[in-house]
Design a protein around this ligand. Structure first.
Ligand SMILES: NC(=O)c1ccc[n+]([C@@H]2O[C@H](COP(=O)([O-])OP(=O)(O)OC[C@H]3O[C@@H](n4cnc5c(N)ncnc54)[C@H](O)[C@@H]3O)[C@@H](O)[C@H]2O)c1
Ligand SMILES: O=C(O)[C@]1(O)C[C@@H](O)[C@@H](O)[C@H](O)C1
Length: 274
C-alpha cells in the first residue's frame, strides 16, 4: 500500500485523521513517510469497506501493518513482514511475496550460481525476504552487513533460529574486503544505488570476477554496482525479476489467475529504460 494509494483511498472515503495539520497533497515526503505507518490500519479498513480485493504494502508499512491484520500466511509470520494483503470476507490476510519473488528471480537469472558463501548488504524488510529466499534455496552461509549493525545482528539471530546457527552471521563493514574475497556472491538489499540514493554500497575495487552480483534495486535496472560488476566480468542479476515475480505472485493471490511473467518482464523493460 503506497502512500499514493493511500491518497487515492483518502480521496474516495476521507477516513483519515481529521486532525491532520495539512492536506495530503501539501505534505512533505518526510511528513508522509512518518504518517504512513500509523495510518496503515485505517487504510486496510477503508480498502476492505470500499470493496478492494487486496493491497500491496511498501516501505515503511510492511511491519506496522501486521497488527491490523486478522491472519498471516506462515511465511509472512516467519518473516514478520507483509507486502500483500488479501480480503476474505471480513478477514484481512497478510502474505509475503517478496521472498518468493526474489527466489524465482534468482533461480531463473543465476540458475547454476555457487551459493556456498554469500555477502548480503542491507538487513531491512527486503533484506529479510532475500536472505530467507537464499537460505531456502540452499545457500551455505550468509554474512549480513548493515550500516546499522544492530539490524544485521537481529536478522542474523532470526535466520539462525529459523535455519541453523552456522548459516547466518552478522558481519562487520570493516571486514567487507575479506568477506568478499571468500564469497561466491554479493547481494545488495540496501537503497544505495537507487535514482533517489545514487552511488554504490561497495567500492568497485572490492569486487572480483569470481563473484556473482545481484541487486534488488530496479530503478535504475543497471545500478552503479551492477555496472562495475559487469565491467569486471561478474555475472549479474538486476532487481527487475524480483519486482515482476513478487507482483505475479501477488496477482495470483488477488485473482486466482497465473499471469504471464514473460509479458510482465517485457512490459517492465518499456517502463524502466535505464
Ligand atoms: N525488486 C523488488 O521487488 C524490491 C522489493 C522490495 C524492496 N526493493 C528495494 O530494496 C531496497 C531496500 O528496501 P527495504 O524495504 O529493505 O528498505 P529498508 O529501509 O527496510 O532497509 C534498508 C536497509 O539497508 C541499510 N543500508 C542502507 N544503506 C546501506 C549501505 N550503504 N550499506 C549497508 N547497509 C545499508 C539500512 O540501514 C536498512 O537497514 C529499496 O531500494 C527497495 O526499493 C526492491
Ligand atoms: O518496490 C518496492 O519497494 C516494493 O516494496 C516491492 C514489493 O514489495 C511491492 O509489493 C511493494 O508494493 C513495493
Amino acid at each position: 500500500m503506497t502512500c499514493d494509494a493511500r491518497h487515492r483511498i483518502n480521496e474516495l472515503s476521507s477516513p483519515y485523521d481529521p486532525r491532520s495539520p495539512s492536506p495530503a497533497s501539501e505534505e512533505t515526503p518526510h511528513e508522509r513517510s512518518a504518517r504512513c505507518p500509523a495510518a496503515a490500519g485505517d487504510l486496510v479498513r477503508s480498502a476492505r469497506r470500499l470493496g478492494y480485493t487486496g493491497l500491496n504494502i511498501t516501505h515503511p508499512c510492511k511491519q506496522t501493518v501486521i497488527p491490523h491484520l486478522d491472519e498471516l500466511s506462515p511465511e509472512a509470520a516467519r518473516l514478520g513482514a507483509v507486502n500483500t494483503v488479501t480480503f476474505d470476507g471480513d478477514r484481512a490476510i497478510g502474505h509475503n511475496t517478496d521472498w518468493t519473488g526474489f527466489a524465482e528471480s534468482f533461480a531463473r537469472g543465476l540458475p547454476d550460481a555457487r551459493t556456498r558463501r554469500i555477502v548480503q548488504l542491507g538487513a531491512g524488510g527486503a533484506g529479510a525476504a532475500v536472505a530467507h529466499a537464499l537460505l531456502t534455496l540452499g545457500a551455505g552461509q550468509i554474512s549480513l552487513i548493515d550500516v546499522h549493525p544492530s539490524r544485521a545482528q537481529a536478522l542474523s539471530a532470526e535466520l539462525q533460529r529459523r535455519f541453523s546457527h552456522a548459516r547466518a552471521h552478522a558481519g562487520d563493514a570493516a571486514d567487507l574486503k575479506e568477506l568478499l574475497r571468500e564469497a561466491d556472491g554479493l547481494v545488495n538489499a540496501t537503497p544505495t544505488g537507487m535514482v533517489a540514493h545514487p552511488g554504490t554500497p561497495v567500492p568497485a575495487e572490492l569486487l572480483h570476477p569470481g563473484l556473482w552480483v545481484a541487486d534488488i534495486i530496479y530503478r535504475p535496472m543497471r545500478t552503479e554496482l551492477l555496472a562495475h560488476a559487469a565491467d569486471l566480468g561478474c555475472r549479474t542479476l538486476n532487481g527487475g525479476g524480483m519486482v515482476v515475480f513478487q507482483a505475479a505472485h501477488a496477482f495470483r493471490l488477488f485473482t486466482g489467475l497465473t499471469p504471464d511473467p514473460e509479458r510482465m518482464l517485457a512490459h517492465l523493460a518499456t517502463l524502466v529504460t535505464t
